[in-house]
Design a binder for this molecule. Structure first.
Ligand code: HEM
Length: 460
């Protein structure tokens, strides 16, 4: 039996003792937090199910226990609301979009936006996604024999997919200007401001954030302009074109402000997450020859050209299992954070009001007593009988409960289409001198460019 590939991970933190933090621990924590928040976890965090602790005067609960998770995020979701730190990072940009809205505003928004993500509506985007992927594959194929940075390739590709599905290349939008704004924002954001980390109130100015705010305002203006122009146009049926997300949101009765909030939310929530997951998947495949050959064989044998791309995942179960396993090892949105409104008891542990409850899916997906060979790349665990053995609520790349990712179906469909289009024509070999390590900057990013040599595949 061959041993499964185990990708390298960031080093473990060394703390004095859990629950008894010393000054040196605080210093180590802040250093790690600035360098790479994944480095705050010690080896023991991968075995602990529930870790209540106090930090900087606040009560915290680190949760890797599926039943405890179910309690906080499903059964008592009403008592565990959005965490202030997460809101401080995201709310200035996304305002009352679905990701950051709260209470009644969120309920109304989720109800209004849900019809936009029905399987039928999502499937209708598949041919367009395929087209964008085929074009990108052809451009990459021209680089046969060369080395290309695949992390950037995926950022560009998933942005193209979203631009097409959100706005269908609407001429009211200056695509180059908008894309530049998104890239600027990616550069400027991503790490929580130190003031937010220590929970200073929002009215205290955060230095270095005025540029980000300007970029955000500019992006908002551009999106609102497109929404206003689109309202004045005939409907997609009248114009004989396929509806995009903008049409669907306008059709759902949202006002211009809410349409802007949600379009930017789909971009923020659906762009980098998908791009990172795809880059990690390519990296894993290039390090595991057997898995890659099996995936190529599956893609070569499937009647893809005769099948609507929304149905490709049914034809490509191994490809889908590879993506699921990649999302387990590298959950691209790896923190689910809430704060309790009132006192509660979670699996026998008292949780005072105001407790920050955090699920790190980086920890949950690698828990020693939940997963066999937790750090190894084994897509088989998501197939057949093995998949049934995965405990409920132990695998949460798209979150859980009422606030579970509304774009999960779209993202899975997109990732299958991207891999099928790319790997049908190309073989991509990792070409850097060292393997990438994940760095947490809101999403889980590789710390290399994931450079790969592009090779045309000669089809048998
Ligand atoms: C691999 C890709 C993706 C991953 C890993 C991912 C992950 C997640 C996670 C973990 C959450 C829950 C956050 C929380 O509970 O705090 C979430 C929420 C959300 N996601 Fe995704 N997502 C992905 C793609 C997408 C796409 C493509 C879209 C839209 C086009 C999208 C839209 C959203 C929205 C709107 C929410 C907020 C839902 C709510 O609070 O009601 N996501 N996502």
């Amino acid at each position: 039996m061959t041993t499964a590939f185990e990708p390298p991970r960031p080093p473990y933190a060394q703390y004095s003792k859990l629950g008894e933090l010393h000054l040196s621990d605080y210093l180590a924590y802040f250093k790690a937090m600035r360098r790479n928040p994944l480095e705050v976890w010690g080896e023991h965090h991968f075995s602990i199910r529930m870790a209540p602790f106090r930090f900087l005067g606040r009560s915290n609960l680190l949760l890797s226990d599926p039943e405890g998770i179910h309690h906080c995020f499903v059964t008592r979701a009403d008592n565990f609301t959005m965490n202030p730190l997460r809101q401080a990072v995201l709310k200035p940009f996304l305002r009352d979009g679905l990701l950051t809205a709260e209470g009644e505003t969120w309920k109304k928004a989720r109800k209004a936006v849900s019809p936009v993500f029905t399987p039928r509506k999502v499937n209708a985007f598949a041919p367009l996604i395929r087209q964008v992927c085929e074009d990108a594959t052809d451009r990459l194929a021209e680089k046969d024999g060369q080395i290309e940075p695949m992390a950037q390739f995926m950022v560009d590709l998933t942005l193209d997919v979203l631009m097409e599905t959100l706005f269908s290349g609407d001429e009211a939008l200056d695509k180059a200007e908008f894309t530049q704004g998104i890239h600027d924002l990616l550069e400027l954001s991503g790490v929580p401001h130190p003031f937010d980390l220590i929970h200073l109130p929002g009215w205290i100015p955060r230095f270095g954030q005025s540029k980000a705010r300007r970029v955000i305002e500019d992006l908002r203006r551009q999106v609102t302009r497109v929404a206003v122009a689109r309202r004045a146009r005939p409907s997609p049926e009248e114009e004989g074109r396929a509806a995009d997300f903008l049409d669907l949101l306008l059709g759902a009765g949202l006002d211009d402000e809410a349409v802007t909030d949600n379009l930017l939310t789909f971009l923020a929530a659906g762009h980098e997450t998908t791009a990172r997951s795809l880059a990690w998947t390519l990296y894993l495949l290039s390090r595991d020859e057997e898995t890659r050959e099996r995936l190529e064989a599956e893609i070569d044998a499937a009647p893809l050209d005769e099948t609507d791309p929304s149905d490709w995942s049914r034809l490509l179960p191994w490809t889908e299992a590879v993506i699921k396993e990649s999302l387990r090892l590298y959950p691209s949105a790896p923190l689910l954070a809430r704060t309790s409104k009132e006192w509660d008891l979670v699996r026998g542990v008292p949780v005072p009001a105001g407790t920050d409850v955090v699920i790190s899916t980086w920890l949950l997906h690698r828990q020693r007593d939940i997963w066999d060979q937790p750090d190894a790349f084994i897509p088989d665990r998501f197939l057949g009988e093995a998949a049934k053995d995965i405990p409920r609520d132990a695998y949460l790349p798209f979150g859980i409960g009422p606030r579970v990712c509304i774009g999960a179906r779209f993202a899975m469909m997109e990732m299958v289409i991207v891999l099928a289009c790319l790997l049908r024509k190309l073989r991509l070999d990792y070409a850097e001198t060292r393997d990438p390590l994940p760095v947490l900057k809101i999403t889980l990013q590789p710390d290399t460019k994931v450079e790969m040599r592009v090779n045309l595949r000669s089809q048998a």
